[in-house]
Write a protein that binds this ligand. Structure first.
Ligand code: MG
Ligand code: MG
Length: 277
C-alpha cells in the first residue's frame, strides 16, 4: 500500500517495478511514434499506432476517458503547447509536434500503475530556432531530473529547469501547467513547477515518483484553452515544445522510469548516479 505523506504517495519497491513496466510501454510507444512522424501523416493515425502498441503490450492507455479525453495520446502542433486532441490534422514539413502518452500496467494484486512521458518531434526540416527550442526544452528536463536528490525538495527541480532555460535565451516558460506526482493515479500531489526558487515543497524521498515536463515557447508564457476544452495554445501564436519523463529516486541514485535505458546515459553525462535495477 502507498503511505500518504501530505498527500504524497510513497511506493514500495515492487510498486516502483510495476511503474517501470508501465514506463517502458510508454517509452517504446513514444519511440514508435517518433519514427512514424512524417509529412502527410495525421495526428489521428499516430493515435491509432499508439493505442495498438499500448494494448498489444498488455497495458491500458491512461489518457482515454481521463476527464473525458477521447484519445490515447495528446498531439500538440506548433503553437499548441499541450493537450491537443488527435484527429484529422495532417502534419506538414516544418511543423513541430508534441506527443504525450500514458499507460497503466497492473501489479500482481491487479492494481494499476502509471507511466507518463512526452517527446517533441520536428516534422522534416524546421527552422533553426525550433531545433534549438526542442534542444533547450529537453536539456531543461534532464537538468531538472538531475537536480533531484534524496533529502532535497521538489522545487530544486523547478529551479534547475528555469535556470537552464533562462541561461539559453529569451524563452517563455509556462506557469499555468506543471509536472506532477504519479503512481496509482496519473496526476497526484505534489505539483512540480517549471520555475521558482529551490528548497521548497515536499521532501524528495525514496518511493516518490514525479513527472517532470517543461513547456517552453519561443514567445510568451501566457496560454489559453481552445473551445474544444482541451487544446492549450500560446496567446501570441509562438511555437512551443513540451517533453516529459517519469522518474524516481532509489538509495543508489536516479531512475528514469519512462526512458528505455532508465536514463543511465544522460545521467552519467551529468555526473548523476544511476539508481535503476
Ligand atoms: Mg504527459
Ligand atoms: Mg504529465
Amino acid at each position: 500500500m502507498g503511505l500518504l505523506d501530505r498527500g504524497v504517495e510513497i511506493k514500495t519497491p515492487a510498486q516502483i517495478d510495476a511503474m517501470r513496466r508501465a514506463g517502458l510501454v510508454v517509452g517504446r510507444t513514444l519511440e514508435l511514434l517518433r519514427g512514424s512522424v512524417r509529412p502527410g501523416i495525421s495526428t489521428g493515425e499516430l493515435d491509432a499506432i499508439a493505442e495498438d502498441h499500448i494494448r498489444s503490450s498488455g497495458a491500458t492507455p491512461s489518457f482515454q476517458g481521463y476527464h473525458g479525453f477521447p484519445a490515447s495520446i495528446c498531439a500538440s502542433v506548433n503553437d499548441e503547447v499541450v493537450h491537443g486532441i488527435p484527429g484529422g490534422r495532417v502534419l506538414a514539413e516544418g511543423d513541430v509536434v508534441s506527443l504525450d502518452c500514458g499507460a497503466i500496467v497492473p501489479d500482481d494484486s491487479g492494481r494499476g500503475w502509471h507511466g507518463d512521458a512526452a517527446v517533441t518531434v520536428a516534422v522534416g526540416a524546421v527552422p533553426e530556432e525550433v531545433t534549438e527550442l526542442i534542444r533547450v526544452t529537453e536539456e531543461a528536463m534532464w537538468r531538472g531530473i538531475a537536480a533531484a536528490r534524496l533529502g532535497g525538495r521538489v522545487t530544486d527541480i523547478s529551479h534547475a529547469v528555469e535556470s537552464f532555460v533562462r541561461g539559453q535565451g529569451r524563452y517563455g516558460i509556462l506557469e499555468d501547467y506543471t509536472g506532477h506526482g504519479i503512481g496509482s493515479a496519473m496526476h497526484q500531489p505534489p505539483n512540480v513547477p517549471n520555475h521558482g526558487r529551490p528548497g521548497r515543497g515536499p521532501r524528495l524521498v525514496e518511493g516518490l515518483a514525479l513527472a517532470v515536463e517543461p513547456m517552453v515557447t519561443l514567445g510568451t508564457k501566457d496560454v489559453s484553452v481552445l473551445e474544444d476544452d482541451w487544446t492549450v495554445v500560446t496567446d501570441d501564436g509562438s511555437w512551443a515544445a513540451h517533453v516529459e519523463h517519469t522518474f524516481t529516486l532509489t538509495p543508489t541514485g536516479t531512475w528514469v522510469l519512462t526512458a528505455l535505458d532508465g536514463g543511465e546515459e544522460r545521467l552519467a553525462a551529468m555526473g548523476v548516479p544511476f539508481g535503476g535495477r
